[in-house]
Design a protein around this ligand. Structure first.
Ligand code: MN
Length: 261
């Protein structure tokens, strides 16, 4: 019986040289052939951006490791069309250095790499881990448990697949964890903090701060899971339709079902 080698595309938003990417690629090598196509520069918080107004350069850094001077979404598209000759069996994006939970998912380049995979019909997973602040200047990450969790989830997805147009968002706590918990996206009541400062020439500038966390309590949220010491696994979908609100909006626009001119 011929053994079919699975092909796994690995990307991220922290850039092709990020240690989280290397840890992820290494952990997935026991599951198949790993091909890395990742942004040349850090592209955190670029969301699902696609680069349309300038050329994109693909560079082969070493066998099966490529960089693109663009976003995670650019990387997935170039990988599928010009690096691999066909869609891979799996896309895994990460390991991001910092949570991607709750509302923050919408800003995430890491999650968007997996989102793009899902849009292309490929089973996809985003993986992020906790940022531990040791001091004002020192932050730490614990990649081995995050890489192990990624492999466990990736193996299950390779074996059993995922429902069409869905993908998984995995968040792994620092240090020992209590196993996997399937979760929903948490809700953070946004308290935006934008600092106002002045540059050395006296001109005003702004700096987006991380802000305070004010999470709405929810037993099953991603936020609660990582707080309780579990690896959070949230199924997501690119469909942003508020299905529960369809009837309300039907009522809202009643009587307007005629041409608008
Ligand atoms: Mn990042």
């Amino acid at each position: 019986m011929a053994i079919v080698m699975r092909r796994i595309l690995v990307t991220n938003d922290d850039g092709v040289h990020a240690p989280g990417l290397a840890a992820l690629a290494e952990a997935l090598r026991s599951l198949g052939e790993v091909i890395v196509v990742a942004p040349h520069h850090e592209a955190s918080a670029v969301g699902h951006a696609l680069t349309l107004a300038r050329p994109l350069r693909l560079e082969e850094l070493r066998p099966n490791v490529y960089s693109v001077d663009g976003t995670p979404t650019d990387c997935v598209n170039i990988a599928v069309t010009h690096v691999l000759s066909a869609p891979p069996d799996l896309v895994v994006s990460g390991i991001n250095t910092g949570w991607n939970i709750g509302d923050d998912i919408t800003y995430s380049g890491t999650v968007s790499g997996a989102l793009e995979g899902a849009l292309l019909g490929i089973p996809s997973i985003a993986v992020s881990t906790e940022r531990k602040r040791r001091s004002e200047r020192v932050v730490e990450y614990d990649f081995p448990p995050a890489a192990l969790a990624a492999r466990v989830v990736a193996q299950a997805v390779l074996q059993r697949g995922l429902p069409r147009s869905t993908f998984l968002n995995v968040n792994v706590p620092f240090g020992p964890n209590k196993g996997l918990r399937v979760t929903v996206q948490g809700k953070r009541n946004h308290i935006t903090e934008v600092g106002e400062r002045h540059d050395p020439r006296g001109r005003r500038y702004f700096w987006i701060e991380e802000g305070q966390n004010d999470w709405e309590p929810h037993d099953r949220s991603d936020y609660q899971a990582v707080r309780d010491g579990f690896v959070s696994v949230t199924p997501l979908q690119p469909d942003l339709t508020a299905h529960d609100v369809l009837a309300y909006v039907d009522g809202l626009i009643i009587g307007t079902a005629e041409p608008i001119r």
